[in-house]
Design a protein around this ligand. Structure first.
Ligand code: FAD
Length: 339
């Protein structure tokens, strides 16, 4: 039963605050709720519908609002969460907008871009995620959590939903959303990508230019409104940059569709794959783990299948390493290795 209330109870140590628009969850919402132990305050438009999409929530508070202007949201939220020691937001666009404003209104420090958050310790990374920094928590904080690090949570039973009320906003200066632009699939953070084409060692034939093959994979991905990812064999060879590596030592992803080209499906790779709704594996080995977990296994030469796809999609030639902007595409340039 929904009971109107004005604050969350004092026994909540970490509370996930999820800003939603039109009933849609932002990237990293479920991971954030799981990290908060299941306690979630969902606010924005379509808050009840969005809360229903959370797998990890066991206790939910709803604050329905037509506008998610961050200044007014911070002012409305502050009295509600004032007694919660750690307020945790996903580092989504709305989460990143709200978190610093909320920290100022609450008079707390902000720890931005964490990868783990426990009541007594927050973990950050530095040096391209090669260095882990653990910060002891001894004062109330606002923390943002980077999507894609924690991985998809287990489904829990939602036990309690409470509707919150907040006083009317007082008019004042605030940020205003004019338009929401969807990210380019080719440059979006891999952790947020809905469709991914993954390249493995089997996509690079002996003697082929691995970097050029991966650029072609990225172009085909772009033509399919998807992102390109890779295995560690590919990133270690310098054919694709490390931010595109999927796996336990790479990015944790959770796409709807994963199309794997020449990927064996090693535990360290699929450990970062989340739970894609659809997996397609192109591999010459019908019994490799990637094909066994696939909904559709295509037993064929992966470079030939990619070339055929490229032709059918009108992707005729991979640009040269010089013509490519590696920072924008995430695809390494200049390396040439035998497969
Ligand atoms: C501590 C540690 C951490 C690791 N972290 C990660 C990680 O984060 N991410 C990651 O990906 N790996 C990671 N690895 C490496 C992982 O164990 C595997 O070695 C790697 O994932 C294998 O990559 P692959 O599938 O591209 O290559 P391979 O295992 O060599 O597989 C190549 C596949 O291509 C197929 N093939 C060959 N020729 C063709 C062809 N012509 N057409 C179609 N298919 C073909 C083969 O049948 C095979 O299935 C880690 C390893 C360790 C030890």
């Amino acid at each position: 039963m929904t009971v109107p209330a004005r604050t969350v109870p004092a026994d909540i140590g970490v509370l996930a605050v999820i800003v939603v628009r039109d009933g849609e969850l932002p990237a990293g919402a479920d991971e954030t709720v799981a990290e908060a132990g299941g306690a979630a305050l969902v606010l924005g438009s379509g808050s009840r519908e969005a809360a229903g999409l959370l797998d990890a929530a066991s206790r939910v508070w709803l604050l329905e609002r037509s506008s998610v202007a961050p200044g007014a949201l911070a002012a409305a939220l502050a009295p509600i969460v004032a007694d919660v020691p750690i307020v945790l937001l996903p580092a989504s666009p709305d989460g990143r907008d709200l978190a610093p404003r909320l920290a100022v209104v609450l008079g707390r420090a902000l720890v931005a871009g964490a990868v783990r958050c426990a009541p007594e310790e927050v973990e950050l990374t530095r040096l391209d995620d090669h260095l882990s920094v653990r910060v002891a928590v001894d004062t109330p904080l606002v923390v943002t959590l980077r999507p894609g690090f924690r991985g998809a949570p287990e489904q829990v039973t939602l036990a309690e939903v409470t509707a919150l009320t907040a006083p009317e906003d007082t008019p004042g200066h605030d940020a205003e959303s004019i338009e929401v632009l969807q990210p380019e699939p080719s440059t979006v953070d891999l952790g947020e990508a809905r469709r991914i084409l993954g390249g493995g060692a089997g996509l690079v034939a002996a003697g082929a230019d691995g970097a050029a093959v991966m650029r072609l994979l990225a172009q085909v991905a772009e033509a399919l409104a998807a992102s390109a990812g890779a295995t560690r064999v590919v990133t270690d060879a310098g054919w694709m940059s490390y931010d595109r590596q999927i796996g336990t030592t790479g990015v944790a992803v959770n796409p709807e569709l994963y199309l794997a080209f020449g990927i064996s499906g090693a535990a360290q790779h699929v450990g970062g794959l989340g739970a894609p709704e659809h997996v397609v594996s192109v591999n010459t080995d019908p019994s490799c783990p990637m094909t066994l977990m696939a909904e559709l296994g295509i037993v064929a030469d992966a470079p030939a299948v990619l070339a055929e796809l490229a032709e059918r999609l009108g992707v005729t030639e991979a640009p040269s390493a010089q013509a490519e902007a590696p920072a924008a595409s995430g695809i390494a340039s200049g390396a040439s290795h035998a497969g």
